[in-house]
Design a protein around this ligand. Sequence first.
Ligand code: UDP
Ligand code: MG
Length: 323
Amino acid sequence: MAVMTQTPDPKELITLLIPCYNEQEVIRACHDRVAAALIDLPYKFEIIYINDGSQDGTLELLRGIQVRDPRVRVINLSRNFGKEAAMTAGLDKATGDAVIILDADMQDPPELISELLKIWKAQNADVVYGQRLTRDGETWLKKKSAALFYAIINLVSSRVDIPRNTGDFRLMNRRAVNALESLREHHRFMKGLFAWVGYKQVPLYYHREPRLAGNTKWNYLKLIDLALEGITGFSMTPLRFATLLGVVIAFFSFLFGAVILFKTLLFGRDIPGYASLAVMVAFFSGVQLLSIGLLGEYIGRIFNETKNRPLYLIDEVLGDDKK
Ligand code: UDP
Ligand code: MG
């Protein structure tokens, strides 16, 4: 019988992944707090910082951190590829038996690393994901739009259920990481990909803290873009909706046509009707443009996928490049 170990094996290696983009205000405090949180934990650790094309002093600070702490590796990407690609680069380079993803701004408290590890072992989970109970430091509008987004995406993507109020903060074991690594699509909506993998996923409830310093890298345009990625990447429902709309409109147009035909045959030609004609032309042009735009969203994504470019490019790796 296989022995289910409840006590951690001290030989196990845990990878911490920290994507950083223009984080010079927080990066030192981040490393100190992470290092402090790892003391006394019965695992070996490797800490991978991914510098996602920062234009400020982040890379220089990371160089200093890497020289002082042998557990640290720094992956410097050739430019800013976005957090989703940065995380992918880190996952590709991670060698741990489990991988934990953290934000550099300490919104996901590193003190919870021990909790993630405990739940992982106790419940024999493949994924332990952080689920936010509070979102301090976020505006009312951001909270409401996030709630609306989760409602829409879970309505239209029937197969994968994307947990609400969940970010990238999570622990994944080796098999979950390997599964994720096999998904090489370019339009990477990570929350969806994490959910797509499946396996045994267990939540860890926590309070999300406000950013330590510096500014969020998100704005509403980027968030709308991310929402579109999520919906088009995980659902064909919008296309079906266009088809359905077309069918319904065609049906009513046919009825309307029949009515006009009979009226003309019975009562003769009727000249007025300019207003209804104008309204109909405008309405149907709108519907057609909307449907074409919708098609365009999907076709544009097919175009990007077929180019099959690499997901990111690495400029250099500081520290022991194992993989
Ligand atoms: N980040 C990144 N590349 C980007 C944008 C952000 O690597 O293009 C990193 C950023 O440095 C931080 C994390 O992703 O560690 C979360 O970013 P942020 O705090 O701006 O997002 P929020 O917490 O507001 O959702
Ligand atoms: Mg943040």
